[in-house]
Ligand binder design. Structure first.
Ligand code: ZN
Length: 340
């Protein structure tokens, strides 16, 4: 073999090894901080053929559900949870459900607990969301939020402090082990939250975007302002399934930056769609539309309470503060009703 042939062979071998060790095209890839957890992080509840509602087990604090839609070629996931660790865990555990790669992620809205895993997705994954969601994330609003400060910073810090005290105080070995497990979950949560780099959608819509893709018809729709100014739902008309983010959840939804009267109108539009199963951003999947009527009644009550507390349309500073603390109390009630 001539010298040039040896060089050529060496190059071919190196290229071969290179591709053997290169990161797979499939995202998510590198393991981020905040992934020190005891699997599984998710339960994949099958809703229809290739459609799953991924609900957190509590082993990893993910704070929101994902909807998983498998197509002939790839996977679309709705929402990316509260941290890169949450999104990474979903991708890892999804491999046991399907070998297909995640190619689309939809952010139902910009809130921290639905979009703060976006950063793990590489350039081969389109992150789809409302233009408003992109603008809010770019403006730092998913990070700089009272709700995030409460649920992702103050609450875990307080839990860690309390768990450490209880661990120090207990003499019971089983109890101590149980508390230490909870402590590790909270410490891992903090690590995950600290690793967040808010990342906006790469593909936006203001009205609707329909994917006729891989044997599915996937409608991503903005029905009007509600939970935020830019919530989208993911609707599968053939399968009669809809993923609603926080526009409609199992219990009551956070309303800290909501548009309450418009939310009711938006829910009416949601009700006009033809579906059987709702995959909400929090809580369990449910059937039918009765919950929409109940939630509309709750929103009407909430709005009339707010109007009464204001007294008149133009709020002064005290009223504004009062409104915020009411929203926080509502959020706290909502949080207690939430599962992980
Ligand atoms: Zn939300």
């Amino acid at each position: 073999m001539t010298r040039s042939r040896w060089i050529l062979l060496a190059l071919v071998l190196t290229a071969g090894l290179g591709s053997m060790f290169a990161a797979p095209a499939q995202s998510p890839s590198a393991r981020p901080p905040g992934t020190n957890y005891k699997a599984p992080a998710f339960t994949f509840n099958q809703i229809a053929q290739g459609i799953y509602h991924a609900v957190g087990t509590g082993n990893l604090v993910v704070m929101s559900n994902a909807a998983v839609i498998e197509t002939d070629r790839d996977v679309l996931v709705v929402d990316s949870h509260v941290s890169p660790g949450g999104a990474w865990a979903l991708g890892e555990e999804l491999k046991a459900v399907t070998p297909k790669p995640i190619r689309f992620v939809v952010n139902s809205h910009y809130h921290f607990d639905h979009s703060h895993g976006n950063q793990i997705y590489g350039p081969d994954v389109e992150i789809i969301g409302h233009q408003f969601a992109r603008e809010m994330i770019l403006a730092g609003k998913s990070q700089d939020s009272r709700a995030r400060e409460f649920y992702a910073v103050r609450a875990p810090a307080a839990q860690i402090e309390s768990l450490m005290k209880r661990i120090a105080a207990t003499a019971d070995a089983a109890e101590k082990a149980r508390l230490e497990e909870q402590l590790a979950i909270q410490q891992n949560f903090v690590e995950g939250v600290n690793a967040v780099k808010p990342t906006p959608p790469t593909m936006t819509l203001t009205d609707r975007l329909t994917l006729y893709h891989g044997g599915r018809e996937i409608h991503i729709m903005f029905l009007g302002r509600g939970h935020t100014a830019g919530d989208v739902v993911v609707y599968l008309p053939k399968e009669r399934v809809i993923a609603t983010g926080d526009l409609l959840v199992e219990g009551t939804s956070y309303s800290g930056d909501a548009y309450i009267p418009e939310w009711i109108d938006t829910l009416e539009k949601l009700k006009a769609l033809d579906f059987d199963t709702v995959l909400p951003g929090h809580g369990s999947a449910f059937k039918g539309k009765a919950k929409i009527d109940h939630f509309e009644a709750y929103l009407r009550l909430l709005w009339s309470e707010r109007l009464q507390s204001r007294g008149r349309p133009h709020e002064n500073r005290d009223m504004e503060r009062q409104r915020h603390s009411r929203a926080e109390r509502t959020a706290a009630r909502f949080s207690r009703a939430r599962t992980a």
